[in-house]
Design a protein around this ligand. Structure first.
Ligand code: NAD
Ligand code: ZN
Length: 379
């Protein structure tokens, strides 16, 4: 490739300061170093995590920075030592990685790679502690090892899932973060049996993906729980059979669910980030066999409080990170589920804008409109 080994000048959306609109700038992207890959991003989507780190409220401010982690692209060139990816391969970048060598990667039960596990404060590459982005010599920081709000980006090869080149990147790009998280929480961790009753707390993109998992698993009753009544209409498209708004009841929502289901739900998946919803999601499961799975990220000071008797009564509590998927090993199979038309991703994509209108995507998310907004790089 003509560009391999050279600096590439391209457009990127730079966050100069917390909470200030991103500005499209010409950046220089250095060639990939050992174990790194330079990727041409074709489509990227906006996820809440980008917004949290852009606002930087209660987060370490790292600026100027190129955000973005939900995307699809094509390998432009590879650095020394990269053997399983080559120019032209279609890839999904992932905010967490799989080195395939650490104890976690070798364990069938874990996806929390020691080397490449998400690190939100690091703004540089792991290899040499430097950034690959610059503007007139000033380094611009990376974000969660992906920085997909750029036409070209450099990513550790352990954070790239090589996928079927036939898969449409403008659709499957949403599988690189939130959708796989919710889907995997249900399919890999809650594992509802066919015909079971599943409660989903929080009907944002992650919760609706968890709901899609319940639909795929053949749950016969899917109860959506959200404090925002407007979420029910959209949830019906994802198989929601019943809706409960905790605010409509003058008793704890777990009691409402236990009454509705004659003893409790078989499985529950919490996708709110609210600690009280987490407690409700645990306590509403059936004794003897019920399993609750926590997905939402709580506040720093939160404490989970429940009576230990709930555990003795054989209710199980679990949590998950990225839906327990190993990025390189498992994501290509999630893409295949879409290719076989088992999994539907189109219904998560509610908006699409050219990359130059990236601030529109931020506005939509701040207003809570839609689920995913795709940004098209080539326009
Ligand atoms: P979102 O804000 O779009 O959706 C959250 C929903 O929860 C909203 O509809 C809101 O009305 C509802 N809600 C809030 N408090 C509630 C309560 N007490 N009871 C019932 N409903 C309530 O968020 P999202 O993008 O769908 O993400 C959901 C959560 O998943 C977030 O906490 C996010 O940080 C987390 N997350 C976790 C992982 C992981 O690997 N564990 C990965 C990605 C995202
Ligand atoms: Zn590892």
């Amino acid at each position: 490739m003509a560009t391999a080994g050279k600096v590439i000048k391209c457009k990127a959306a730079v966050a100069w300061e917390a909470g200030k609109p991103l500005s499209i700038e010409e950046v220089e992207v250095a060639p990939p170093q050992a174990m790194e890959v330079r990727v041409k991003i074709l489509y990227t989507a906006l996820c809440h995590t980008d917004v949290y780190f852009w606002e930087a409220k209660g987060q370490t401010p790292v600026f100027p920075r190129i955000l973005g982690h939900e995307a699809g692209g094509i390998v432009e060139s590879v650095g020394e030592g990269v053997t399983d990816l080559a120019p032209g391969d279609h890839v999904l970048p992932v905010f967490t990685g799989e080195c395939k060598e650490c104890a976690h990667c070798k364990s069938e039960e874990s996806n929390m790679c020691d080397l490449l596990r998400i690190n939100v404060d690091r703004g540089v590459m792991i290899g040499d502690g430097k950034s690959r982005f610059s503007i007139n010599g000033q380094p611009i920081f990376h974000f969660v090892g992906t920085s997909t709000f750029s036409e070209y980006t450099v990513i550790h090869d352990g954070c790239l899932a090589k996928i079927n080149p036939e898969a449409p990147l403008d659709k499957v790009c949403v599988l690189s973060c939130g959708i796989s998280t919710g889907l995997g929480a249900t399919l890999n961790v809650a594992k509802p049996a066919k015909g079971s009753t599943v409660a989903i707390f929080g009907l944002g993109a992650v919760g609706l993906a968890a709901m899609e998992g319940a639909r795929l698993a053949g749950a016969s009753r899917i109860i959506g729980v959200d404090v925002n009544p407007a979420k029910y209409e959209q949830a019906k498209k994802f198989g929601c059979t019943d809706f409960v708004n905790p605010k409509d009841h003058n008793k704890p929502v777990q009691e409402v669910l236990i009454e509705m289901t004659n003893g409790g739900v078989d499985r529950s998946v919490e996708c709110t980030g609210n600690v009280n919803a987490m407690i409700s999601a645990f306590e509403c499961v059936h004794d003897g066999w019920g399993v609750a799975v926590l997905v939402g990220v709580p506040h720093r000071e939160d404490q989970f409080k429940t009576h230990p008797m709930n555990f003795l009564n054989e209710k199980t509590l679990k949590g998950t990170f990225f839906g327990n998927y190993k990025p390189r090993t498992d994501l290509p199979n999630v893409v295949e589920m879409y290719m076989k038309k088992e999994l539907e991703v189109e219904k998560f994509i509610t908006h699409s804008v050219p990359f130059s209108e990236i601030n529109t995507a931020f506005d939509l998310m701040l207003k809570g409109e839609g689920l995913r907004c795709i940004m098209r790089m080539e326009e």
